[in-house]
Design a protein around this ligand. Structure first.
Ligand code: NAP
Length: 356
C-alpha cells in the first residue's frame, strides 16, 4: 500500500514534536511537509527544533526543510492529509484555506471545534459524529475534523462508559495540568517552580462546552448532552500528563465495582477495527491507593505504538455527599492521547472508512 503523504503544521511545538515522533515510522502515513512560523521557515528541522521529548529526533526528519503553511507548498509536495498543531489565533484561517483547497485537515486547535458542521472526535467515544463532514462537503472541497482540548479528552473517555450504562446527571472536575499543555513558551520557570497556578485562561469554558458536544448526538446537527458540568483548572509543575479529580452523580445507582467493570470493558471502533494507534484497552484501572501518578503512568497503553494512548483511572469510590455519587482520579497524556495521538487515531479512522 502506498503511504499517504502528510504535513504537520506547528511541527516544532510541543504537539508538533509528538506528531513527528508518532508519524516517523507510521504504517499508513508518511511525513512530507513540516511547517512552522516564519522564523523557522527555510531552516532544517533538526537544527531549529528545541526537541524535548523522550526519544531522539527521528533521523528521517532531521534534514527536512521547514515550509510555510501555504496551500501551494502542500500541493507541490503531494500532501493529502494535514495535521494542525498551530496556535489557535492563526489556525482558523489557515485550516479553512487548506480545507477549501481540498485537503483533509485534522486539527488539535480550538479554532473550529465548536463549528456546527465540524465533528469534535475521540474515536472510541463518538466516531459516529464523523457523519457531520457531509455538511462540510456541500460547502468546500476538503474537510476539517477536530480533536478536543487535552483536558476534555481524558475526562470524556472516562465518562462515556458510565453515561452509556448508568446515565450521568452531574459532573464536577478539578484538574492538575502539566506544563507541556501550555506549549514550549507557555509558563516561565520562575512562575511555576515550587508553585501552582490556579488559573488557565479559557480552559474551564472549553472543557465544559466540549464534553457536552462529544457526549451528545448527531442527528441533522449536534444535539448537546443534558449533563450539568462544572470545572476548575490548575497548572502544576509536572512535565507531561494531566491529572483530573472527578465527582459525579449517576441517574441509575452504580457501585464502584460497577464503574470499574464498565470502564475496564470499554472499547470503541478503533479497537474493533484494530487501528494501528488504538490502545488494546482505552481505560486502565489501577487498584493501588496511590495511583495514577503522572511520572509513572502517563505512557500507559499497549501495543508499543499506543503508549500514552490509554487513560489511567484509580481510587474509584462512592461519594456520600452526592446523590448516587461516585468519585475517581484520572490521568491522561496531554500531548499524546490529549493531542497528536488522538488526531492520528482520527486520521486512521478516516482512512479505514475510505474518507481519505
Ligand atoms: P507550541 O509549543 O507553542 O507550538 C506552536 C507551533 O506553532 C510551533 O511549531 C510554532 O513554530 C508554530 N507557529 C507559531 N506561530 C505560527 C504562525 N503564525 N504560523 C505558522 N506556525 C506558527 O504549542 P503546542 O502546545 O504545540 O500547541 C499547538 C496547538 O495545539 C495549540 O492550538 C494548542 O491549544 C493545541 N493543543 C495543545 C495541547 C498540549 O498539550 N500542548 C493539547 C491539545 C491541544 P515556531 O517554532 O517557528 O515558532
Amino acid at each position: 500500500m502506498d503511504k499517504i503523504k502528510v504535513a504537520i503544521l506547528g511541527a516544532t511545538g510541543m504537539v508538533g514534536q509528538r506528531y513527528v515522533r508518532l508519524l516517523s515510522n507510521h504504517p499508513w502515513f508518511d511525513i512530507s511537509v513540516l511547517s512552522a512560523s516564519s522564523s523557522s521557515v527555510g531552516k532544517k528541522y533538526g537544527e531549529i527544533v528545541k526537541w524535548i521529548i523522550e526519544d531522539e529526533i527521528p533521523e528521517n526528519v532531521k534534514d527536512i526543510t521547514i515550509l510555510p503553511a501555504e496551500v501551494e507548498e502542500m500541493k507541490k509536495e503531494g500532501v493529502e492529509l494535514i495535521f494542525s498543531a498551530l496556535p489557535s489565533e492563526v489556525a482558523y484561517d489557515i485550516e479553512l484555506k487548506m480545507a477549501e483547497a481540498g485537503f483533509t485537515v485534522v486539527s488539535d486547535t480550538s479554532a473550529h471545534r465548536m463549528d456546527p458542521d465540524v465533528p469534535l472526535v475521540i474515536p472510541e467515544v463518538n466516531s459516529d459524529h464523523i457523519i457531520a463532514i457531509e455538511e462540510q462537503k456541500r460547502k468546500r472541497k476538503g474537510i476539517i475534523v477536530t480533536g478536543p482540548n487535552c483536558t476534555t479528552i481524558g475526562l470524556a473517555i472516562s465518562l462515556k462508559p458510565i453515561h452509556d450504562e448508568f446515565g450521568i446527571k452531574r459532573v464536577l472536575v478539578s484538574t492538575m495540568q502539566a506544563l507541556s499543555g501550555a506549549g514550549y513558551f507557555g509558563v516561565p520557570s520562575m512562575a511555576i517552580l515550587d508553585n501552582l497556578i490556579p488559573y488557565i485562561k479559557n480552559e474551564e469554558e472549553k472543557v465544559t462546552k466540549e464534553i457536552l458536544k462529544i457526549l451528545g448526538k448527531y442527528e441533522n446537527g449536534f444535539k448537546f448532552a443534558n449533563i450539568k458540568i462544572g470545572a476548575s483548572c490548575h497548572r502544576v509543575c509536572v512535565l507531561d500528563g494531566h491529572t483530573e479529580v472527578v465527582f459525579l452523580e449517576t441517574i441509575k445507582k452504580a457501585t464502584p465495582e460497577d464503574i470499574k467493570y464498565c470502564m475496564k470493558n470499554f472499547k470503541g471502533e478503533p479497537q474493533l477495527l484494530s487501528l494501528p494507534t488504538a490502545p488494546l484497552q482505552p481505560i486502565i484501572i489501577r487498584e493501588e491507593p496511590d495511583r495514577p501518578q503522572p511520572r509513572i503512568d502517563r505512557l500507559s497503553g499497549k501495543p508499543e505504538r499506543a503508549k500514552g494512548m490509554a487513560i489511567v483511572v484509580g481510587r474509584i469510590r462512592e461519594e456520600l455527599a452526592l446523590d448516587n455519587g461516585i468519585k475517581y482520579i484520572l490521568l491522561s497524556h496531554n500531548t499524546i492521547r490529549g493531542a497528536a495521538g488522538n488526531a492520528i487515531l482520527i486520521a486512521e479512522l478516516l482512512k479505514a472508512k475510505n474518507i481519505i
